[in-house]
Ligand binder design. Sequence first.
Ligand code: HEM
Length: 135
Amino acid sequence: MPFLATLYFRTAIIFLIVGIGIGLHMSISGNHGVMGAHAHLNLLGWVTSALFGTYYALNPLKAAGRLSLLQYGVYVIGIVIMIPALYALLSGNAGAEPIVAMGSLIVFAGVLLFGWIIFSGDNAAARNDLRQPAE
Ligand code: HEM
């Protein structure tokens, strides 16, 4: 499996563990106020990251380019900025709103980059690297 796919799955499981932690905390405390942070961490952080990782696992040529590593970095940094800020906002810290906005725009940029990667052709350098030697 390409390194980037492994990286996406490792990142995704960390997001799921934290996301479930928030869910359990909501359940135990009876306060569901941070539901939005829980839902977005699980869906953007776990489900979508695992889908990105699956795509890269199935398309090693796409995973090999530098653009795909940039896509990972942008997407994950966006989540790491957005979710704690959203948690703070939903916990009553109105000042966190601009940070939520910035994080969500970075997440969106990561998604647009992924769209670009899906629609673009295979990375030529990667294709040469992965090509089996001719018999
Ligand atoms: C042990 C694991 C989990 C626990 C304890 C948990 C707990 C909760 C709780 C307490 C709520 C608030 C419900 C409400 O106030 O109506 C909630 C909402 C939500 N959870 Fe989880 N959750 C878990 C796993 C997940 C996972 C894995 C996902 C997605 C992949 C997820 C997605 C959502 C969504 C989308 C909502 C919002 C539902 C709505 O708008 O009514 N949760 N969860």
